[in-house]
Design a protein around this ligand. Structure first.
Ligand code: RIB
Length: 302
């Protein structure tokens, strides 16, 4: 059984809830202000750990009260924090989130996440069978250094290129499994993709983006489920009908669950179905980190 090793962001999410989102230039009355542990890297680590994988997080916190709260929360989830450093050079990553009508807007201020370096990813042991995961809330050269090490160790690399930005082909070539949503796929492939696009068209764009024949591209489609273009098969996982209250972190739940399943030796098709179910649970709860389900909860809905 491999481990999940995640190099990524750790944020405090400052969440305002309201009945509807304000338009640009408008002020609306909110209902609550809530503080949730977040950050794509930390959320994925919490999901993987709660779902039973031995999970290590590599990241950087500030020396402030948010850092103390985040460390305590992540420690309680049994995430190994031995490679999370602290620095006084910046504040802990913070996300300002508005949740209304079960949808969100997010502004992320990277803080210490922008300082995670190639040195930070150079010391963690990586072995064959481990799953190395990253996202785009830490510097891209750091991710490239991490994935180079992972591939030399014959670990599987999983990239969630969110928030989406164009990136070098060299980095894409280091990725074994790319996990993204349809709008991120559209941006990276330079194609206009929208929510209602047919699976065949989405698969076609994924094929266009693929950097290697043996690379897997998983496209999450929210309530429509997941599509995956793998080396020898195309997989379709149907969406699950649930009552969503907050979709923040649902994509992270999917990535963390997928990594945990693959580290445990699951076949891709089963891992995708499991991750899809896990994400459908997370959207029924408020917050990012705290909304991640346990293995027993996922087993109950499968
Ligand atoms: O993916 C959700 C996450 O994005 C939030 O937890 C927030 O911190 C931002 O990083």
């Amino acid at each position: 059984m491999g481990r999940v090793v995640i190099a990524g962001s750790i944020n405090m999410d400052v969440v305002a809830t309201a009945d509807r989102h304000p338009r640009v230039g408008e002020t609306v009355a909110g209902r609550q202000v809530l503080y949730f542990p977040g950050g794509k890297g930390a959320n994925q680590a919490v999901a993987a750990s709660r779902l039973g994988a031995r999970t290590t997080l590599i990241g950087l916190l500030g020396k402030d009260s948010f850092a103390e709260e985040l460390k305590a929360f992540l420690g309680d989830q049994a995430v190994d924090l031995g490679y999370v450093r602290e620095t006084a050079d910046a504040h802990t990553g913070t996300a300002i989130i508005t949740v209304a009508e079960a949808d969100n807007t997010i502004v992320v201020i990277p803080g210490t996440n922008a300082l995670v370096s190639a040195d930070d990813v150079s010391v963690v042991p990586l072995l064959k069978g481990d799953v190395a995961v990253s996202q785009f809330e830490i510097p891209l050269p750091t991710i490239a250094a991490f994935f180079q090490r992972a591939r030399s160790a014959q670990a599987t690399t999983v990239l969630n290129p969110a928030p989406a930005q164009k990136f070098a082909h060299d980095l894409l070539e280091l990725v074994d499994i790319l996990v993204l949503n349809e709008s991120e796929l559209g941006l990276l492939a330079g194609v206009d993709l929208s929510e209602g696009d047919e699976p065949a068209r989405i698969m076609g764009v994924a094929r266009q983006l693929r950097a290697r024949e043996d690379q897997t591209i998983c496209v999450t489609l929210g309530k429509r489920g997941v599509l995956a273009l793998a080396a020898r098969e195309e997989i379709v996982v149907a969406g699950r009908v649930v009552q969503a209250v907050d979709t923040t972190g649902a994509g992270d739940c999917f990535v963390g669950a997928l990594a945990a399943q693959l580290a445990g030796g699951a076949a891709l098709r089963d891992a995708l179905a499991f991750a899809n179910a896990a994400a459908s649970i997370s959207v029924q709860r408020m917050g990012a980190g705290p909304s991640m389900p346990t293995a027993a909860e996922v087993a109950a809905v499968l």
